[in-house]
Design a binder for this molecule. Structure first.
Ligand SMILES: Nc1ncnc2c1ncn2[C@@H]1O[C@H](COP(=O)(O)OP(=O)(O)OP(=O)(O)O)[C@@H](O)[C@H]1O
Ligand SMILES: [Mg+2]
Length: 353
């Protein structure tokens, strides 16, 4: 940790020298985050959710866009799709024809009354048959009052202006708004879809990787493309090679191989060994939530467990997760889980004796 202190008298010179070189170096190596660099510009490049994206393409061709809400988990292409759709509809007129407001903008009732209304009233030249588009990103963070204020606005100006909302939880959008919109749900991206995109990015950036490394990226990102691409970039810039160990170092999650070993020990009722594994993870500083969530994800995809045992395991893990979220995230709690998993694995006939 100790930083070297330059001897007095030389320090300013050295500091200045260092600053200039480091600035130049930064400018040379300056790179856009890959999530932005590889943000799809057209609907055809959006991977996953094929049916929903197909509907958007039909809308883009037809030109008559209904009010839409796209809802789903973070990082799966909602904002991207809406921008692609708006580009496809408006082309060069995108700049004048689109008003985008996201959660970082003030979006209280006043804004709905003033900014949105005045945009809706404004006259702009658009391609024939197209409408102005108001994009309300992260719409679930809008207050109920502001959403209420939108109701009539959406109707009054609907002949010239259409709304596109994106949100993570559609239940945070009030019913009257939902009923005015076509609700499109985006599902988490499948592993194969994330894989496809990751390989494209690896190829474009010339990233060396091992297949297991890419699997590790997919495992840690859980269907969130943004996270997958970000982790790819961090692993590459940190280690220059995508291997599972490097990925787990960057993502700082309990290593699934370690957790899998623990689960196999539970299955073989080796409670002491499993508890040792747990203790190791705990000592590395992982929180109870990190550990229980990884246990769940490992068990879900563990072929070595017979189906009936997997169901019992998942039930116990679920209960433990709930208790941890309620506040009891101790090592004892996790130890209890391990003990129960070992017990479940005992042949029932032996227990009856
Ligand atoms: N379906 C996808 N196809 C290709 N790239 C994607 C997809 N989804 C996400 N990405 C990548 O992830 C980045 C973030 O996506 P986007 O902003 O659309 O996420 P979002 O669904 O709006 O998430 P949030 O709910 O957090 O706003 C994009 O820049 C892109 O690089
Ligand atoms: Mg978004």
């Amino acid at each position: 940790m100790g930083t070297e202190v330059a001897p007095p008298g030389r320090s300013i010179e050295v500091a200045l020298e260092n600053t200039t070189t480091s600035v130049n170096k930064d400018a040379e190596s300056y790179e856009m985050p890959w999530v932005e660099k590889y943000r799809p510009m057209v609907l055809d490049d959006v991977v996953g959710n094929a049916e929903t994206v197909e509907r958007l393409k039909v809308i883009a061709e037809d030109g008559n866009m209904p009010h839409i809400i796209i809802s789903g988990m973070p990082g799966i292409g909602k904002t991207t799709s809406i921008h692609c759709l708006a580009h496809a509809l408006l082309g060069d007129a995108y700049k004048e024809g689109v008003l985008e407001l996201n959660a970082s903008d003030e979006r209280g009732i006043d804004v709905v009354r003033n900014k949105i209304k005045s945009f809706a009233q404004r006259k702009v030249t658009l391609p024939a048959g197209r409408h102005k588009i108001i994009i309300l990103d992260e719409a679930d963070s809008m207050t109920t009052g502001a959403q209420q204020a939108l109701r009539r606005t959406m109707e009054i100006y609907s002949n010239t202006t259409r709304f596109a909302l994106a949100c993570n939880m559609s239940n945070k959008i009030i019913e009257p708004i939902q009923s005015r919109c076509a609700l499109l749900r985006y599902a988490k991206l499948r592993d194969t879809e994330v894989l496809k995109r990751l390989l494209e990015v690896c190829k474009a950036e010339d990233v060396p990787y091992s297949d297991e490394g890419i699997s590790a990226l997919i495992f840690t990102s859980e269907g969130d493309m943004r996270q997958a691409i970000n982790n790819l970039q961090s692993t590459y810039s940190g280690f220059n090679f995508i291997s599972p160990d490097n990925v787990f170092k960057v993502c700082d999650q309990p290593h699934p191989v370690v957790v899998q070993k623990m689960m196999k020990e539970c299955q073989a009722q080796k409670v002491d060994d499993a508890l040792d594994g747990l203790r190791d993870l705990w000592d590395q500083g992982y929180s109870a939530v990190d550990i229980v969530v990884t246990i769940f994800r490992v068990v879900k995809t563990m072929d070595a467990l017979p189906e009936y045992l997997k169901l019992e395991f998942i039930r116990e893990i679920g209960w433990t997760h709930m208790r941890i979220l309620e506040g009891v995230g101790t090592l004892v709690q996790l130890g209890g889980l391990i003990a129960r998993l070992c017990r479940i694995s005992i042949d029932p006939k032996l227990l009856a004796l």
